[in-house]
Design a protein around this ligand. Structure first.
Ligand SMILES: Cc1cc2nc3c(=O)[nH]c(=O)nc-3n(C[C@H](O)[C@H](O)[C@H](O)COP(=O)(O)OP(=O)(O)OC[C@H]3O[C@@H](n4cnc5c(N)ncnc54)[C@H](O)[C@@H]3O)c2cc1C
Length: 527
């Protein structure tokens, strides 16, 4: 069922039946599993308490990467799996997953000597069966990145990873699943688990959290999957299981390119603690992060950067780019996410493994941990576990990681006024749905100032992408909340003229939504 007008009501009317698989959680993990199940022809439902990707999966560093630092921590398997997945995603997700060049700067006082980093890069490249890294002396590095004016710079390295729009990747997986009869419903919280007399999980009690109604329904599933990321212990404790996750917060600062003008990503070891940090050009801004701190028991859905994290990040930047004289006044936005990491009791949070886990407890399959990059591996493991419960179901080991873009959509885009780059970007984000964009008015085919987002994308998303609240649209369907000054609040009149009619909101509702968006942006996306 697609997300066109009236879809929520239609979806609620279909819930009361027995599903083969019910997936709780609409981040990358749940979306990846939904796609696998839909391809296998299963009757599958995904429910998300908030908006799709509103958890950690819209708040990552947006890298599709092997993770050099995991190599350093001895997590070779995680790195190898991730590098392999990165290469698949680069091939099959062109336009949404793009190669990104990095310069790694070796700083005075680095705990890790440059040659160790260089050896790591050899292994990294060998894992991907390529040879793309090289070393630079200080002068060469400064030619490539003149902003690197840190005194005592000791040269550095070039290497490649990849970058995506995390929330759009989730959306793409959901759309592909829906086109194969999977069902995905946002603003629907699994309040509790249904159990048989023998204590086996057999469904959920689902509550509407959209704000429009407080309806509740029992939904039966032959298999119930807990893909709630950092929140996974909440459902597990209903089964009397001890908590096993260690939620770790990671935060980012965002700068306009005018204040941090980088053409390539720059990585370095933070002078305070030797952790690798990254300044990443993304969609016309530079994202800098991340931190790794215990979130504690207060698992907020909208975490925010702390003063200590913000100072740590800014200090690192000021050390490496002293002449830019960056201050908090230059920060255009921030965001924080919570990593679902399995607790092994390490003193240093960054040393905890990023491997994923799959626990089968009283019929509840919990799939957590891992990374955005490895969603396909997690989804395949989940499907194998579903097979153990349901018996033989089709499993295609050759299933591509993403569907190919239909040639007719490519032809329609090529015949439009859009450039080849725009076509690639839009088709990768919206799939065949992008066709609706090609006939937009000339005015709406212009980008929002300072971004590569077209005004027409807002209309398309408002019309057909399951938007329930304004933050769904501005923070996840398009990323204006992260990309433009003041989270887009200054451009609300233009935004309103395009999206209010599509969303069918009365003026009162519009004002309420803007007020709620302002509050959220100021508390969780602003310094
Ligand atoms: C700061 C940071 C940077 C990162 N950078 C990268 C990176 O660059 N590359 C990379 O590969 N990985 C990265 N990661 C890791 C990656 O983002 C996560 O592993 C991944 O997004 C987790 O996805 P998930 O679907 O398991 O969890 P989430 O995305 O959190 O999804 C879980 C969902 O479950 C929902 N939910 C919770 N309870 C219920 C309920 N009762 N009923 C219904 N729904 C519920 C939540 O609302 C949430 O949306 C990063 C993580 C962080 C925190």
């Amino acid at each position: 069922m697609d997300w066109t007008k009236g879809w929520r009501e239609r979806t609620w009317s279909e819930l009361n039946q027995e599903w083969d698989v019910v997936i709780i959680g609409g981040g990358i993990t749940g979306a990846g599993i939904l796609r696998q199940c839909a391809h296998a022809g299963l009757k599958v439902l995904l429910v998300e308490a908030d908006d799709f990707a509103s958890g950690t999966s819209s708040r990552s560093s947006k890298l599709v990467h092997g993770g050099m630092r995991y190599l350093k921590n001895g997590q070779v398997l995680v790195t190898l799996e991730s590098v392999t997945e990165r290469e698949y995603l680069l091939k099959q997700g062109r336009g949404l997953v793009n190669r990104l060049g990095f310069l790694h700067a070796c700083l005075p006082g680095d705990a890790m000597p440059g040659w160790v980093f260089g050896t790591g890069l050899v292994i990294y490249d060998l894992m991907a069966r390529q040879w793309s890294h090289r070393s630079y002396d200080t002068e060469e590095l400064r030619e490539l990145c003149p902003q690197l004016t840190v005194p005592g710079l000791r040269g550095g390295f070039r290497y490649f990873d990849a970058q995506t729009d995390d929330a759009r990747l989730v959306l793409r997986l959901l759309r592909e699943s829906i086109s194969r009869d999977g069902l995905a419903l946002n603003y629907a919280r699994a309040e509790s688990l249904l159990k048989t007399n023998a204590g086996q999980v057999c469904g959920i009690v689902l509550r509407d959290t959209s704000g429009g109604s407080d309806r509740q329904v029992e939904v039966k599933g032959r298999v119930v999957i807990n893909a709630t990321g950092a929140w996974a212990d909440q459902l597990r404790t209903e089964l009397g299981k001890a908590a096993r996750l260690r939620p770790l917060r990671g935060s980012h600062l965002i700068f306009p390119l005018s204040r941090l003008p980088l053409t390539r990503a720059v990585s370095f070891l933070h002078p305070q603690d030797g952790r690798p940090v990254f300044a990443l050009p993304w969609e016309g801004v530079v994202v800098f992060g991340t931190t790794d701190v215990d979130q504690g028991p207060n698992l907020l859905t909208d975490p925010a950067i702390s003063t200590a994290e913000a100072e740590y990040l800014l200090d690192g930047l000021k050390f490496v780019f002293p002449q830019l004289e960056l201050t908090f006044a230059d920060v255009s936005a921030t965001y924080s996410g919570i990593r679902p990491v399995v607790n092994t009791g390490k003193v240093n949070p960054s040393k905890e493994s990023r491997e994923h886990v799959l626990w089968d407890e009283n019929g509840l399959l919990t799939v957590s941990g891992g990374k955005l990059t490895t969603f396909r591996i997690m989804a395949r493991d989940a499907l194998k576990a579903v097979r153990r419960h349901l018996g033989r179901i089709p499993f295609d080991p050759e299933l591509p990681i993403l569907d190919a873009i239909p040639p007719e959509a490519e032809a329609a885009c090529a015949a439009s006024k859009l450039s080849a780059m725009q076509c690639l970007r839009l088709l990768a984000r919206y799939g065949p749905g992008a066709v609706a964009l090609f006939s937009a008015s000339a005015e709406e085919l212009l980008p929002v100032d300072g971004t590569i987002t077209l005004w027409a994308e807002l209309r398309l998303a408002a019309r057909s992408e399951g938007v329930v609240h304004l933050d769904d649209l501005l923070l996840r369907r398009v990323r204006l909340g992260l990309l433009v000054a003041n989270g887009g609040l200054d451009q609300m009149a233009c935004i309103r003229s395009i999206v209010q009619p599509e969303l069918g909101w009365e003026d009162v509702r519009w004002e309420e939504e803007v007020a709620a968006y302002r509050k959220l942006w100021e508390s969780s996306y602003h310094i």
